[in-house]
Design a protein around this ligand. Sequence first.
Ligand code: B1M
Length: 211
Amino acid sequence: MQAEIEAVYEAVLDGEEQEAATATEAALLAGRSPVEILNEGMIAAMAEVGRLFETGEFFVPEMLIAARAMQAGLTVLKPQLIKADIKSAGRIVLGTVKGDLHDIGKNLVGMMLEGAGFEVIDLGINVPPDRFIEAIRAHQPQILGMSALLTTTIPNMRVTIDAIQAAGLRATVKIVVGGAPVTEAFAQKIGADGYAADASRAVTLAKTLVA
Ligand code: B1M
């Protein structure tokens, strides 16, 4: 791994918020690409955080400070990931489902979509079905995107889709789901229109769905 990328990786893994921002700036200045910094520095560090949590070496506080450090790095990276686009490619309402507080992946998906010219309305975390429904009525998006990171919260994607159906809005919006425990088969089973494994695939899928 390149030294500049390794510095980002270590800062996120150690939960060093200030260092994560500084190392990200340094890596950009050294000519490393934003995508390389994101994938090999930040996302790789979070994967290691998850592994250490599974083996009992990290606990929730360590996960949380690593997440904060990644957010600090992402704040520096965001302008580089988003290239201004004059014409809106479409409107997307995005949120993490009820019961789930994970938002780093969702935020990344939102940033990449903005970078591709989509107007993103982010409802945040722990979003109950009725808030998704309100947002569909208020913003009339072409796409609704739901994120979930827990096997215990992915069923809320189906609950939300059923509620949208019951509200008579299902035909007005395409529904995209994603997050580590979500699969293509699960997406089909719950009646979503699409599944994306990562942020760049989410952009490709969104473009296809609005085309
Ligand atoms: Co949590 N956590 N966590 N956690 N956490 C996981 C998810 C876990 C896998 C860790 C582990 O055990 N290895 C595990 C889930 C196990 C399971 O359900 N099978 C877990 C657990 C158990 C928990 C708690 C229950 C722990 C506890 O309290 N005992 C608790 C639950 C809280 C809750 O939500 N109710 C909890 C809490 C937390 C923190 C708050 C401390 C923190 C989140 C901070 C935050 O998000 N602001 C946290 C973190 C940081 C993690 C890990 C370490 C990292 C997640 C992350 O940010 N990854 C995670 C382990 C892991 O994933 N390796 C873990 C980086 C991010 C870029 O990837 O989110 O997958 P990801 O997003 C990707 C794709 O999935 C996709 O694109 C993104 C970018 O490429 N994607 C989409 C995501 N959303 C999409 C939507 C789309 C399309 C693509 O369309 C709309």
